[in-house]
Design a protein around this ligand. Structure first.
Ligand code: TRP
Ligand code: SF4
Length: 348
């Protein structure tokens, strides 16, 4: 039996090369070894982007197209939209009744969100519950492993706490505590050396046109100590070099030498890097264009993923209900109308 993995991404904007090396590459590799579920976390996106829900809808399809173009394979993995499987909310509700407020209020991502995000009001019930819905996402599929970046570790820890509390209260062990699989990221910084992020506008989108890639790469910060071309450079201090380390492994030795010996200027070095990026993204963009022409196929993939996800999800909810409400037969209709008929959820 393959172990099960679940991961999700919030559809808040176009995907960029940071998502590729930080998550998608990893997802793609995990597909053979594990039973994988990959989800567009639109509820989670809505918690902060509730003023523009329409944009989220467009992002979902656009992002899923990028996933497919990067090798996420619907033959191997279940790809679906979180809000299409209502059971996420149902399990979240079960978890909410046992979750102390303090646990959510102390969560570092919650505090950071309130501190850092000033252009909308996040003092909401929904945003406080962000990690709780994530716990439900994971446990709904009894995923044992959750590939995430470091920033998500508090959410995994919270999930484990909820699981322990649930098990202690109702039945041990009903859920198993999931493990984080830390994505070993060759951390790719943005063009300006800060974290790569949509809000800093310092990224290269997966769908970026070649001219735009060339222009954006030319705008990158380099070794601050290298002012004239004749100065010898310090490639270890240079963000451009970090990009080479990920996308241009074959060239990196030569670049290091030429930079240190002042035999290449930064403009030329970046020109080369742009070429490498353009040819790296080429096949992904070709596949993306193909999929954009056939959106029905993408919708079919999502529909199929949704059905498979729901099959697992409804089973878990059924088990949870049986566990908590096992003496609830009194609520069932005498006629049996509401009793369990093959596969139909039992009402309580
Ligand atoms: N919070 C995650 C992020 O921002 C996205 C997410 C939602 C997720 N549900 C999940 C990740 C479940 C892993 C498992 O990256
Ligand atoms: Fe960076 Fe390349 Fe300039 Fe060296 S030559 S400082 S590696 S951009």
């Amino acid at each position: 039996m393959k172990k099960r993995i679940l991961s999700g991404m919030r559809p808040t904007g176009s995907l960029h090369i940071g998502h590729l090396v930080g998550a998608l590459d990893n997802w793609q590799k995990l597909q053979d070894e594990y039973e994988c579920l990959f989800m567009a976390a639109d509820w989670h996106a809505l918690m902060s982007e509730y003023e523009s829900p329409q944009v989220l809808k467009e992002n979902i399809i656009d992002n899923v197209i990028d996933w497919l173009a990067c090798g996420i394979d619907p033959e191997k993995s279940i790809i679906f939209i979180q809000s299409h499987v209502k059971e996420h909310l149902e399990l979240c509700m079960f978890f909410s009744v046992i979750t102390p407020l303090g646990l959510l209020e102390r969560c570092p991502t919650y505090k950071e969100g309130l501190r850092e995000i000033n252009n909308r009001d996040l003092h909401t019930y929904g945003f406080l519950g962000y990690p709780l819905l994530q716990a439900a996402d994971i446990m709904l599929y009894k995923a044992g492993i959750v590939p995430v970046g470091e920033d998500q570790l508090p959410h995994l820890e919270l999930t484990r706490q909820i699981v322990r509390k649930f098990n202690n209260l109702y039945k041990s062990p009903f859920f198993s505590e999931p493990e984080a699989l830390l994505t070993k990221v060759n951390r790719l910084l943005g063009l300006d050396g800060r974290k790569m992020s949509k809000s800093y506008n310092n990224y290269i989108a997966l769908s970026e046109e070649p001219e735009v890639i060339a222009r954006k790469v030319q705008s990158m910060f380099t070794d601050p100590l290298r002012i004239k071309v004749s100065d010898s450079g310090h490639p270890q201090e240079c963000n451009v070099r970090k990009y080479y380390a990920i996308f241009g492994r074959d060239e990196i030795r030569v670049i290091d030498e030429r930079c240190q010996e002042a035999r290449i200027g930064c403009t030329e070095c970046k020109k080369e890097l742009a070429k490498i990026l353009i040819s790296f993204l080429g096949p992904i963009q070709d596949k993306r264009k193909e999929l954009l022409k056939d959106k029905d196929k993408v919708l079919d993939i999502l529909r199929e993923g949704e059905e498979k996800a729901r099959e697992i999800a409804s089973q878990t909810i059924q088990e949870v209900k049986n566990l908590l409400f096992s003496n609830s037969s009194a609520f069932r209709s005498k006629s049996g109308r509401h009793s369990r008929v093959n596969g139909n959820p039992e009402r309580v």
